[in-house]
Design a binder for this molecule. Sequence first.
Ligand code: AMP
Length: 548
Amino acid sequence: MEDAELSFAHMGLDARLLQAVAELGWAKPTAVQEAAIPLALEGKDLLCRAKTGSGKTGAYALPLLQRLLNAKMAPTVSAQVVRVLVLVPTRELGRQVVRMLRQLAAHCARHARFADVSGSDDMSAQRPILMEKPDVVVGTPSRVLAHLQARNLSLQDSLELLVLDEADLLFSFGFEDDLKKLLCHLPKIYQTFLMSATFSADVQALKELVLHNPVTLKLQESQLPDSSQLSQYQIRSETEEDKFLLLYALLKLSLVRGKVILFVSTIDRCYRLKLFLEQFSIPACVLNSELPVQSRCHIITQFNKGFYDYIVATDEQHLAEPEVLGQGKKKRGKRAEKGKESGVARGIDFENVSAVINFDFPPSIESYIHRAGRTARAHNPGTVLTFVSCSESAQLAKIEAALVGETSAITLQPYQFQMEEIEGLRYRCRDAMRSVTKQAIKEARLREIKEELLNSEKLKTYFEDNPRDLNLLRHDQPLHPAIVKPHLRNVPEYLVPPSLQAVARPLNCKRKRRKPLPPRTKEQQNPLRSFKFTRQKSRTPAKRKKPS
Ligand code: AMP
Protein backbone atom coordinates (compact mmCIF):
# COMPACT_ATOMS: atom_id res chain seq x y z
CA MET A 1 0.00 0.00 0.00
CA GLU A 2 1.25 3.45 -0.92
CA ASP A 3 2.33 5.95 1.67
CA ALA A 4 -0.90 7.78 2.59
CA GLU A 5 0.47 11.28 2.12
CA LEU A 6 1.91 10.37 -1.24
CA SER A 7 -1.53 9.65 -2.58
CA PHE A 8 -2.39 13.34 -2.86
CA ALA A 9 1.16 14.06 -4.01
CA HIS A 10 0.87 11.52 -6.83
CA MET A 11 -2.16 13.17 -8.33
CA GLY A 12 -0.22 15.90 -10.08
CA LEU A 13 -1.41 18.71 -7.83
CA ASP A 14 0.56 21.92 -7.38
CA ALA A 15 2.87 21.99 -4.33
CA ARG A 16 0.96 24.98 -2.90
CA LEU A 17 -2.24 22.96 -2.90
CA LEU A 18 -0.48 20.00 -1.33
CA GLN A 19 0.80 22.26 1.43
CA ALA A 20 -2.74 23.47 2.17
CA VAL A 21 -4.01 19.89 2.15
CA ALA A 22 -1.32 18.94 4.66
CA GLU A 23 -2.16 21.91 6.86
CA LEU A 24 -5.81 20.86 6.88
CA GLY A 25 -4.62 17.54 8.24
CA TRP A 26 -5.85 15.53 5.27
CA ALA A 27 -3.44 12.63 5.46
CA LYS A 28 -4.93 10.72 2.54
CA PRO A 29 -7.66 11.28 0.00
CA THR A 30 -11.16 10.04 0.77
CA ALA A 31 -12.68 7.51 -1.64
CA VAL A 32 -14.41 10.16 -3.72
CA GLN A 33 -11.29 12.32 -3.89
CA GLU A 34 -9.15 9.39 -4.93
CA ALA A 35 -11.52 8.54 -7.75
CA ALA A 36 -12.53 12.02 -8.90
CA ILE A 37 -9.38 14.16 -8.76
CA PRO A 38 -7.29 12.33 -11.40
CA LEU A 39 -10.24 12.14 -13.82
CA ALA A 40 -11.11 15.79 -13.23
CA LEU A 41 -7.51 16.79 -13.90
CA GLU A 42 -7.69 14.91 -17.19
CA GLY A 43 -10.52 17.25 -18.17
CA LYS A 44 -13.37 14.73 -17.94
CA ASP A 45 -16.96 15.64 -17.12
CA LEU A 46 -17.92 13.91 -13.87
CA LEU A 47 -21.19 12.66 -12.46
CA CYS A 48 -20.31 11.84 -8.91
CA ARG A 49 -22.45 10.27 -6.22
CA ALA A 50 -21.06 11.77 -3.07
CA LYS A 51 -22.74 12.82 0.10
CA THR A 52 -21.81 15.59 2.49
CA GLY A 53 -19.07 14.28 4.73
CA SER A 54 -17.41 12.18 2.05
CA GLY A 55 -14.91 14.89 1.16
CA LYS A 56 -16.82 15.84 -2.00
CA THR A 57 -15.95 19.55 -1.78
CA GLY A 58 -12.24 18.75 -1.82
CA ALA A 59 -12.87 16.32 -4.69
CA TYR A 60 -13.90 19.16 -6.98
CA ALA A 61 -12.14 22.08 -5.27
CA LEU A 62 -8.61 20.71 -5.76
CA PRO A 63 -8.90 20.13 -9.53
CA LEU A 64 -10.73 23.45 -9.80
CA LEU A 65 -7.83 25.28 -8.14
CA GLN A 66 -5.29 23.32 -10.17
CA ARG A 67 -7.05 24.49 -13.32
CA LEU A 68 -6.84 28.09 -12.14
CA LEU A 69 -3.17 27.76 -11.32
CA ASN A 70 -2.47 26.22 -14.74
CA ALA A 71 -4.22 29.15 -16.40
CA LYS A 72 -2.39 31.73 -14.28
CA MET A 73 1.00 30.10 -14.76
CA ALA A 74 0.65 29.85 -18.55
CA PRO A 75 3.44 31.69 -20.43
CA THR A 76 1.00 34.01 -22.18
CA VAL A 77 -0.68 36.36 -19.74
CA SER A 78 -4.42 36.05 -20.05
CA ALA A 79 -7.01 38.61 -19.02
CA GLN A 80 -8.69 38.37 -15.60
CA VAL A 81 -11.99 36.57 -16.22
CA VAL A 82 -14.51 34.42 -14.37
CA ARG A 83 -13.41 30.89 -15.18
CA VAL A 84 -15.40 28.80 -12.73
CA LEU A 85 -19.03 28.80 -11.60
CA VAL A 86 -20.14 26.71 -8.60
CA LEU A 87 -23.91 26.38 -8.19
CA VAL A 88 -25.26 25.46 -4.76
CA PRO A 89 -28.82 25.00 -3.46
CA THR A 90 -28.39 26.99 -0.22
CA ARG A 91 -26.58 30.01 1.11
CA GLU A 92 -25.08 27.95 3.89
CA LEU A 93 -23.50 25.59 1.42
CA GLY A 94 -22.28 28.58 -0.62
CA ARG A 95 -20.43 29.99 2.37
CA GLN A 96 -19.02 26.63 3.22
CA VAL A 97 -17.75 26.01 -0.29
CA VAL A 98 -16.01 29.39 -0.42
CA ARG A 99 -14.50 28.74 3.00
CA MET A 100 -13.07 25.44 1.82
CA LEU A 101 -11.80 27.00 -1.43
CA ARG A 102 -10.05 29.73 0.56
CA GLN A 103 -8.47 27.17 2.87
CA LEU A 104 -7.20 25.11 -0.03
CA ALA A 105 -5.95 28.22 -1.83
CA ALA A 106 -4.20 29.56 1.27
CA HIS A 107 -0.78 29.40 -0.40
CA CYS A 108 -1.84 30.70 -3.80
CA ALA A 109 -4.37 33.31 -2.73
CA ARG A 110 -3.00 35.82 -5.25
CA HIS A 111 -4.01 33.56 -8.09
CA ALA A 112 -7.46 32.59 -6.90
CA ARG A 113 -10.15 35.11 -6.08
CA PHE A 114 -13.59 33.99 -5.01
CA ALA A 115 -16.99 35.67 -4.87
CA ASP A 116 -19.89 34.20 -2.94
CA VAL A 117 -23.13 35.64 -4.30
CA SER A 118 -25.34 33.10 -2.55
CA GLY A 119 -25.79 35.38 0.47
CA SER A 120 -28.68 37.67 1.19
CA ASP A 121 -26.82 40.89 0.30
CA ASP A 122 -28.40 43.22 -2.18
CA MET A 123 -27.61 42.57 -5.81
CA SER A 124 -26.20 46.07 -5.98
CA ALA A 125 -23.77 45.30 -3.15
CA GLN A 126 -22.54 42.22 -5.00
CA ARG A 127 -22.20 44.00 -8.34
CA PRO A 128 -18.82 45.68 -7.69
CA ILE A 129 -17.37 42.34 -6.57
CA LEU A 130 -18.47 40.68 -9.80
CA MET A 131 -17.21 43.61 -11.84
CA GLU A 132 -13.71 42.75 -10.64
CA LYS A 133 -14.13 39.40 -12.35
CA PRO A 134 -13.26 36.97 -9.58
CA ASP A 135 -11.83 33.67 -10.78
CA VAL A 136 -14.60 31.67 -9.12
CA VAL A 137 -18.23 32.66 -8.56
CA VAL A 138 -20.29 30.62 -6.08
CA GLY A 139 -24.05 31.12 -5.85
CA THR A 140 -27.55 29.75 -6.03
CA PRO A 141 -28.95 29.41 -9.58
CA SER A 142 -31.52 32.16 -9.08
CA ARG A 143 -29.00 34.72 -7.82
CA VAL A 144 -26.43 33.89 -10.50
CA LEU A 145 -29.12 34.12 -13.17
CA ALA A 146 -30.25 37.50 -11.84
CA HIS A 147 -26.66 38.79 -12.10
CA LEU A 148 -26.31 37.42 -15.61
CA GLN A 149 -29.56 39.08 -16.65
CA ALA A 150 -28.51 42.36 -15.04
CA ARG A 151 -25.20 42.12 -16.94
CA ASN A 152 -23.24 42.20 -13.69
CA LEU A 153 -21.69 38.94 -14.77
CA SER A 154 -20.80 37.47 -18.12
CA LEU A 155 -19.70 33.89 -18.63
CA GLN A 156 -20.28 33.40 -22.35
CA ASP A 157 -16.64 33.88 -23.32
CA SER A 158 -14.81 32.89 -20.20
CA LEU A 159 -16.37 29.95 -18.35
CA GLU A 160 -14.14 26.88 -18.27
CA LEU A 161 -15.66 24.86 -15.45
CA LEU A 162 -19.16 24.45 -14.03
CA VAL A 163 -19.76 22.66 -10.73
CA LEU A 164 -23.22 21.67 -9.50
CA ASP A 165 -22.95 20.83 -5.81
CA GLU A 166 -25.72 18.94 -4.00
CA ALA A 167 -27.25 18.68 -7.46
CA ASP A 168 -30.16 16.56 -6.26
CA LEU A 169 -31.37 19.48 -4.20
CA LEU A 170 -31.09 22.03 -7.01
CA PHE A 171 -34.21 20.75 -8.75
CA SER A 172 -36.13 19.83 -5.62
CA PHE A 173 -35.59 23.32 -4.19
CA GLY A 174 -37.35 24.75 -7.24
CA PHE A 175 -34.30 25.99 -9.16
CA GLU A 176 -35.18 24.01 -12.31
CA ASP A 177 -36.38 26.94 -14.41
CA ASP A 178 -33.61 29.26 -13.27
CA LEU A 179 -31.06 26.62 -14.05
CA LYS A 180 -32.36 26.08 -17.58
CA LYS A 181 -32.31 29.82 -18.26
CA LEU A 182 -28.85 30.12 -16.75
CA LEU A 183 -27.43 27.47 -19.07
CA CYS A 184 -28.30 29.70 -22.06
CA HIS A 185 -25.73 32.20 -20.75
CA LEU A 186 -22.88 29.68 -20.79
CA PRO A 187 -20.48 28.94 -23.65
CA LYS A 188 -20.79 25.79 -25.75
CA ILE A 189 -17.79 24.01 -24.27
CA TYR A 190 -16.82 23.79 -20.63
CA GLN A 191 -16.02 21.04 -18.16
CA THR A 192 -18.74 20.04 -15.67
CA PHE A 193 -18.73 18.30 -12.29
CA LEU A 194 -22.09 17.24 -10.94
CA MET A 195 -21.95 16.17 -7.29
CA SER A 196 -25.05 14.58 -5.83
CA ALA A 197 -25.95 12.52 -2.78
CA THR A 198 -28.45 10.50 -4.82
CA PHE A 199 -29.00 9.63 -8.49
CA SER A 200 -32.64 10.63 -8.51
CA ALA A 201 -34.78 11.29 -11.59
CA ASP A 202 -34.05 15.01 -11.14
CA VAL A 203 -30.33 14.30 -11.31
CA GLN A 204 -30.81 12.23 -14.44
CA ALA A 205 -32.62 15.17 -16.03
CA LEU A 206 -29.86 17.51 -14.94
CA LYS A 207 -27.26 15.12 -16.35
CA GLU A 208 -28.88 15.37 -19.79
CA LEU A 209 -28.77 19.15 -19.57
CA VAL A 210 -25.22 19.78 -18.48
CA LEU A 211 -22.95 16.78 -18.92
CA HIS A 212 -21.14 15.66 -22.07
CA ASN A 213 -19.94 12.04 -22.08
CA PRO A 214 -19.45 12.04 -18.33
CA VAL A 215 -17.59 9.49 -16.27
CA THR A 216 -20.02 8.26 -13.63
CA LEU A 217 -18.50 7.69 -10.21
CA LYS A 218 -20.89 5.54 -8.27
CA LEU A 219 -18.46 4.66 -5.57
CA GLN A 220 -18.89 1.37 -3.88
CA GLU A 221 -18.90 3.13 -0.55
CA SER A 222 -21.91 2.44 1.64
CA GLN A 223 -24.18 5.27 2.61
CA LEU A 224 -22.63 5.19 6.07
CA PRO A 225 -19.14 4.34 7.30
CA ASP A 226 -18.62 0.77 8.52
CA SER A 227 -18.73 -0.35 12.14
CA SER A 228 -15.03 0.25 12.72
CA GLN A 229 -15.73 3.98 12.31
CA LEU A 230 -19.42 4.40 13.14
CA SER A 231 -21.06 2.60 16.07
CA GLN A 232 -24.83 2.39 15.76
CA TYR A 233 -26.97 1.60 18.79
CA GLN A 234 -30.63 1.32 19.60
CA ILE A 235 -31.98 2.19 23.03
CA ARG A 236 -35.32 0.67 23.89
CA SER A 237 -37.63 2.98 25.81
CA GLU A 238 -41.18 2.03 26.58
CA THR A 239 -42.55 5.42 27.55
CA GLU A 240 -41.91 9.05 26.78
CA GLU A 241 -40.78 9.51 30.37
CA ASP A 242 -38.21 6.71 29.97
CA LYS A 243 -36.83 8.47 26.94
CA PHE A 244 -36.31 11.72 28.83
CA LEU A 245 -34.90 9.84 31.80
CA LEU A 246 -32.41 7.96 29.65
CA LEU A 247 -31.29 11.11 27.93
CA TYR A 248 -30.87 12.88 31.25
CA ALA A 249 -28.72 10.01 32.50
CA LEU A 250 -26.67 9.76 29.30
CA LEU A 251 -25.80 13.44 29.28
CA LYS A 252 -25.64 14.26 32.95
CA LEU A 253 -23.51 11.24 33.77
CA SER A 254 -21.35 12.02 30.71
CA LEU A 255 -21.93 8.57 29.25
CA VAL A 256 -22.08 10.33 25.90
CA ARG A 257 -19.21 12.76 25.56
CA GLY A 258 -18.08 15.36 23.11
CA LYS A 259 -20.23 17.28 20.67
CA VAL A 260 -23.70 15.84 20.19
CA ILE A 261 -26.58 16.56 17.81
CA LEU A 262 -29.98 15.56 19.15
CA PHE A 263 -32.60 15.03 16.45
CA VAL A 264 -36.30 15.50 17.19
CA SER A 265 -39.40 15.41 15.01
CA THR A 266 -40.81 18.94 15.32
CA ILE A 267 -39.76 22.45 16.23
CA ASP A 268 -41.88 22.30 19.41
CA ARG A 269 -39.99 19.16 20.41
CA CYS A 270 -36.73 21.10 19.96
CA TYR A 271 -37.86 23.55 22.60
CA ARG A 272 -39.32 20.85 24.84
CA LEU A 273 -35.94 19.17 24.91
CA LYS A 274 -33.99 22.39 25.30
CA LEU A 275 -36.15 23.49 28.24
CA PHE A 276 -35.94 20.02 29.78
CA LEU A 277 -32.13 20.06 29.60
CA GLU A 278 -32.14 23.62 30.91
CA GLN A 279 -33.72 22.26 34.08
CA PHE A 280 -30.51 20.36 34.71
CA SER A 281 -28.33 23.28 33.66
CA ILE A 282 -27.32 21.50 30.49
CA PRO A 283 -27.14 24.28 27.87
CA ALA A 284 -28.16 23.40 24.33
CA CYS A 285 -28.77 25.33 21.11
CA VAL A 286 -31.83 24.87 18.96
CA LEU A 287 -31.35 24.77 15.20
CA ASN A 288 -34.24 24.79 12.75
CA SER A 289 -35.39 26.53 9.61
CA GLU A 290 -37.54 28.96 11.60
CA LEU A 291 -34.41 30.78 12.75
CA PRO A 292 -32.84 33.38 10.47
CA VAL A 293 -30.07 32.13 8.24
CA GLN A 294 -27.42 34.36 9.85
CA SER A 295 -28.18 32.88 13.26
CA ARG A 296 -28.14 29.34 11.95
CA CYS A 297 -24.74 29.81 10.35
CA HIS A 298 -23.44 31.47 13.50
CA ILE A 299 -24.70 28.62 15.69
CA ILE A 300 -22.97 26.04 13.49
CA THR A 301 -19.76 28.04 13.34
CA GLN A 302 -19.68 28.35 17.12
CA PHE A 303 -20.59 24.69 17.56
CA ASN A 304 -17.71 23.77 15.27
CA LYS A 305 -15.39 25.97 17.29
CA GLY A 306 -16.42 24.10 20.43
CA PHE A 307 -18.57 26.79 22.10
CA TYR A 308 -21.47 24.36 22.60
CA ASP A 309 -21.69 20.64 23.15
CA TYR A 310 -25.34 20.10 22.30
CA ILE A 311 -27.49 21.10 19.35
CA VAL A 312 -31.15 20.10 19.15
CA ALA A 313 -32.24 19.95 15.49
CA THR A 314 -35.10 18.87 13.27
CA ASP A 315 -35.00 17.13 9.88
CA GLU A 316 -35.53 19.93 7.43
CA GLN A 317 -36.81 17.79 4.60
CA HIS A 318 -39.34 16.24 6.91
CA LEU A 319 -40.46 19.71 7.96
CA ALA A 320 -40.89 20.78 4.39
CA GLU A 321 -43.00 17.76 3.45
CA PRO A 322 -46.40 18.71 4.90
CA GLU A 323 -46.46 21.77 2.66
CA VAL A 324 -46.04 19.62 -0.41
CA LEU A 325 -48.20 16.61 0.29
CA GLY A 326 -51.39 16.64 -1.69
CA GLN A 327 -50.89 20.15 -2.96
CA GLY A 328 -50.63 21.39 -6.47
CA LYS A 329 -47.85 23.00 -8.42
CA LYS A 330 -48.47 26.35 -6.82
CA LYS A 331 -47.45 25.00 -3.45
CA ARG A 332 -44.29 23.45 -4.84
CA GLY A 333 -43.12 26.98 -5.39
CA LYS A 334 -43.81 27.76 -1.76
CA ARG A 335 -41.89 24.75 -0.65
CA ALA A 336 -39.11 25.70 -2.98
CA GLU A 337 -38.88 29.11 -1.35
CA LYS A 338 -38.73 27.48 2.04
CA GLY A 339 -36.19 25.03 0.74
CA LYS A 340 -33.97 27.82 -0.48
CA GLU A 341 -34.06 29.28 2.99
CA SER A 342 -33.70 26.13 5.01
CA GLY A 343 -31.31 23.23 4.66
CA VAL A 344 -30.31 22.81 8.25
CA ALA A 345 -29.73 19.12 8.04
CA ARG A 346 -28.34 18.75 4.53
CA GLY A 347 -25.21 20.20 3.12
CA ILE A 348 -24.11 21.98 6.25
CA ASP A 349 -20.86 20.91 7.65
CA PHE A 350 -20.94 20.12 11.35
CA GLU A 351 -17.41 19.36 12.40
CA ASN A 352 -16.17 16.75 14.87
CA VAL A 353 -19.57 15.54 16.05
CA SER A 354 -18.90 12.61 18.32
CA ALA A 355 -22.50 11.40 18.58
CA VAL A 356 -25.90 11.76 16.97
CA ILE A 357 -28.86 10.96 19.21
CA ASN A 358 -32.11 10.19 17.46
CA PHE A 359 -34.28 11.28 20.37
CA ASP A 360 -37.31 11.00 18.11
CA PHE A 361 -37.26 8.12 15.69
CA PRO A 362 -36.27 9.17 12.15
CA PRO A 363 -39.28 9.41 9.81
CA SER A 364 -37.59 7.51 6.96
CA ILE A 365 -34.53 5.48 6.03
CA GLU A 366 -33.17 8.50 4.19
CA SER A 367 -33.60 10.63 7.27
CA TYR A 368 -31.75 8.05 9.39
CA ILE A 369 -28.86 8.07 6.94
CA HIS A 370 -28.74 11.86 6.78
CA ARG A 371 -28.82 12.20 10.55
CA ALA A 372 -26.21 9.51 11.10
CA GLY A 373 -24.08 11.13 8.41
CA ARG A 374 -23.53 14.16 10.68
CA THR A 375 -21.03 12.12 12.70
CA ALA A 376 -18.08 9.91 11.69
CA ARG A 377 -17.16 12.37 8.93
CA ALA A 378 -14.05 11.99 6.84
CA HIS A 379 -11.89 9.62 8.91
CA ASN A 380 -13.25 10.45 12.41
CA PRO A 381 -15.08 7.93 14.60
CA GLY A 382 -18.70 8.49 15.66
CA THR A 383 -21.73 7.02 17.40
CA VAL A 384 -25.45 7.03 16.61
CA LEU A 385 -27.93 6.29 19.40
CA THR A 386 -31.53 5.78 18.35
CA PHE A 387 -34.36 5.69 20.86
CA VAL A 388 -36.88 3.04 19.84
CA SER A 389 -40.32 2.37 21.30
CA CYS A 390 -42.32 -0.83 20.74
CA SER A 391 -44.44 0.81 18.07
CA GLU A 392 -41.31 1.81 16.16
CA SER A 393 -39.87 -1.71 15.94
CA ALA A 394 -41.17 -2.30 12.42
CA GLN A 395 -39.59 0.93 11.17
CA LEU A 396 -36.35 0.00 12.86
CA ALA A 397 -36.35 -3.32 11.02
CA LYS A 398 -36.76 -1.46 7.71
CA ILE A 399 -33.81 0.78 8.48
CA GLU A 400 -31.68 -2.18 9.48
CA ALA A 401 -32.65 -4.02 6.32
CA ALA A 402 -31.66 -1.01 4.21
CA LEU A 403 -28.33 -0.72 5.99
CA VAL A 404 -27.67 -4.43 5.72
CA GLY A 405 -28.41 -4.17 2.00
CA GLU A 406 -25.59 -1.66 1.66
CA THR A 407 -22.81 -3.45 3.48
CA SER A 408 -24.23 -6.75 4.68
CA ALA A 409 -22.80 -6.09 8.16
CA ILE A 410 -24.53 -3.17 9.91
CA THR A 411 -27.21 -3.62 12.54
CA LEU A 412 -28.17 -1.33 15.39
CA GLN A 413 -26.67 -2.95 18.47
CA PRO A 414 -28.74 -2.82 21.68
CA TYR A 415 -27.23 -0.19 23.97
CA GLN A 416 -26.56 -2.04 27.20
CA PHE A 417 -28.30 -0.05 29.88
CA GLN A 418 -30.03 -1.22 33.04
CA MET A 419 -33.08 0.96 33.48
CA GLU A 420 -33.34 -0.09 37.15
CA GLU A 421 -30.00 1.53 37.84
CA ILE A 422 -31.18 4.99 36.95
CA GLU A 423 -34.55 4.73 38.72
CA GLY A 424 -33.11 7.01 41.41
CA LEU A 425 -33.03 9.82 38.87
CA ARG A 426 -36.64 9.37 37.82
CA TYR A 427 -38.24 11.76 40.26
CA ARG A 428 -35.88 14.52 39.14
CA CYS A 429 -36.69 13.78 35.53
CA ARG A 430 -40.43 13.85 36.27
CA ASP A 431 -40.01 17.13 38.08
CA ALA A 432 -38.22 18.65 35.12
CA MET A 433 -40.71 17.30 32.59
CA ARG A 434 -43.56 18.82 34.58
CA SER A 435 -41.94 22.24 34.40
CA VAL A 436 -41.83 22.16 30.63
CA THR A 437 -45.43 23.03 29.90
CA LYS A 438 -46.94 23.69 26.49
CA GLN A 439 -47.13 27.35 27.39
CA ALA A 440 -43.45 27.41 28.33
CA ILE A 441 -42.56 25.83 24.98
CA LYS A 442 -44.67 28.34 23.09
CA GLU A 443 -43.09 31.24 24.92
CA ALA A 444 -39.56 29.90 24.50
CA ARG A 445 -40.08 29.39 20.78
CA LEU A 446 -41.42 32.91 20.29
CA ARG A 447 -38.78 34.43 22.47
CA GLU A 448 -35.98 32.73 20.61
CA ILE A 449 -37.24 33.77 17.17
CA LYS A 450 -37.54 37.34 18.40
CA GLU A 451 -34.06 37.36 19.84
CA GLU A 452 -32.50 35.60 16.91
CA LEU A 453 -34.13 37.99 14.44
CA LEU A 454 -32.62 40.83 16.39
CA ASN A 455 -29.29 39.03 16.56
CA SER A 456 -29.45 38.21 12.89
CA GLU A 457 -29.79 41.86 11.84
CA LYS A 458 -27.07 42.90 14.20
CA LEU A 459 -24.91 39.97 13.21
CA LYS A 460 -25.00 41.24 9.69
CA THR A 461 -24.08 44.82 10.36
CA TYR A 462 -22.36 45.10 13.71
CA PHE A 463 -20.17 42.02 13.53
CA GLU A 464 -18.87 42.84 10.10
CA ASP A 465 -17.08 45.77 11.75
CA ASN A 466 -16.31 44.02 15.04
CA PRO A 467 -15.56 40.39 14.24
CA ARG A 468 -13.95 39.75 17.64
CA ASP A 469 -17.20 40.45 19.48
CA LEU A 470 -18.93 37.70 17.54
CA ASN A 471 -17.67 35.13 20.01
CA LEU A 472 -19.47 36.86 22.86
CA LEU A 473 -22.87 36.24 21.34
CA ARG A 474 -24.20 32.89 22.51
CA HIS A 475 -27.21 30.95 21.31
CA ASP A 476 -27.51 28.51 24.20
CA GLN A 477 -28.82 30.91 26.83
CA PRO A 478 -31.61 29.59 29.06
CA LEU A 479 -34.96 30.47 27.55
CA HIS A 480 -36.82 30.07 30.83
CA PRO A 481 -34.26 30.79 33.53
CA ALA A 482 -36.91 31.68 36.11
CA ILE A 483 -38.22 28.14 36.38
CA VAL A 484 -34.89 26.31 36.63
CA LYS A 485 -34.74 24.50 39.95
CA PRO A 486 -31.26 24.83 41.46
CA HIS A 487 -31.33 21.40 43.12
CA LEU A 488 -31.56 19.70 39.71
CA ARG A 489 -28.27 21.12 38.54
CA ASN A 490 -26.09 18.44 40.06
CA VAL A 491 -26.34 14.68 40.46
CA PRO A 492 -25.45 13.70 44.04
CA GLU A 493 -23.04 10.79 44.22
CA TYR A 494 -25.58 8.44 45.83
CA LEU A 495 -27.71 8.67 42.68
CA VAL A 496 -24.93 7.55 40.32
CA PRO A 497 -25.61 3.86 39.58
CA PRO A 498 -22.99 1.61 41.25
CA SER A 499 -22.13 -0.13 37.97
CA LEU A 500 -21.50 3.25 36.37
CA GLN A 501 -19.37 4.70 39.17
CA ALA A 502 -16.22 3.89 37.24
CA VAL A 503 -17.30 5.40 33.91
CA ALA A 504 -19.85 8.07 34.79
CA ARG A 505 -18.54 11.58 35.20
CA PRO A 506 -21.46 13.62 36.51
CA LEU A 507 -21.59 16.93 34.69
CA ASN A 508 -21.90 18.84 37.94
CA CYS A 509 -21.79 22.59 37.95
CA LYS A 510 -19.12 24.35 39.95
CA ARG A 511 -19.88 25.00 43.59
CA LYS A 512 -19.75 28.74 43.30
CA ARG A 513 -22.49 28.67 40.67
CA ARG A 514 -24.80 26.95 43.17
CA LYS A 515 -25.17 30.25 44.99
CA PRO A 516 -28.04 32.21 43.56
CA LEU A 517 -26.62 34.50 40.94
CA PRO A 518 -27.19 38.23 41.33
CA PRO A 519 -29.88 39.56 39.04
CA ARG A 520 -28.37 40.08 35.59
CA THR A 521 -28.25 43.48 34.02
CA LYS A 522 -29.93 43.93 30.67
CA GLU A 523 -26.50 44.06 29.05
CA GLN A 524 -25.46 40.74 30.61
CA GLN A 525 -28.65 39.08 29.45
CA ASN A 526 -28.11 40.19 25.90
CA PRO A 527 -24.52 40.99 25.01
CA LEU A 528 -25.71 42.80 21.93
CA ARG A 529 -27.10 45.59 24.09
CA SER A 530 -23.68 46.32 25.51
CA PHE A 531 -22.08 46.12 22.09
CA LYS A 532 -24.01 49.23 21.28
CA PHE A 533 -22.27 51.02 24.12
CA THR A 534 -18.87 49.61 23.23
CA ARG A 535 -19.17 50.87 19.74
CA GLN A 536 -20.24 54.33 20.82
CA LYS A 537 -17.52 54.50 23.43
CA SER A 538 -14.78 53.39 21.11
CA ARG A 539 -15.87 55.87 18.53
CA THR A 540 -15.60 58.93 20.79
CA PRO A 541 -11.85 58.83 21.47
CA ALA A 542 -11.22 57.96 17.85
CA LYS A 543 -12.93 61.20 16.87
CA ARG A 544 -11.04 63.18 19.47
CA LYS A 545 -7.76 61.82 18.23
CA LYS A 546 -8.25 63.35 14.82
CA PRO A 547 -5.68 66.11 14.94
CA SER A 548 -6.88 68.65 12.49
P1 AMP B 1 -17.41 17.46 2.57
O1 AMP B 1 -17.90 16.10 2.22
O2 AMP B 1 -16.74 18.14 1.46
O3 AMP B 1 -18.52 18.28 3.18
O4 AMP B 1 -16.27 17.30 3.70
C1 AMP B 1 -16.55 16.91 5.00
C2 AMP B 1 -15.38 17.12 5.94
O5 AMP B 1 -14.32 16.24 5.62
C3 AMP B 1 -14.80 18.53 5.91
O6 AMP B 1 -14.69 19.00 7.24
C4 AMP B 1 -13.45 18.38 5.30
O7 AMP B 1 -12.51 19.28 5.86
C5 AMP B 1 -13.09 16.94 5.66
N1 AMP B 1 -12.21 16.29 4.66
C6 AMP B 1 -12.29 16.38 3.33
N2 AMP B 1 -11.34 15.64 2.75
C7 AMP B 1 -10.63 15.05 3.73
C8 AMP B 1 -9.52 14.15 3.77
N3 AMP B 1 -8.95 13.72 2.67
N4 AMP B 1 -9.06 13.78 4.97
C9 AMP B 1 -9.64 14.22 6.11
N5 AMP B 1 -10.69 15.06 6.16
C10 AMP B 1 -11.19 15.47 4.98
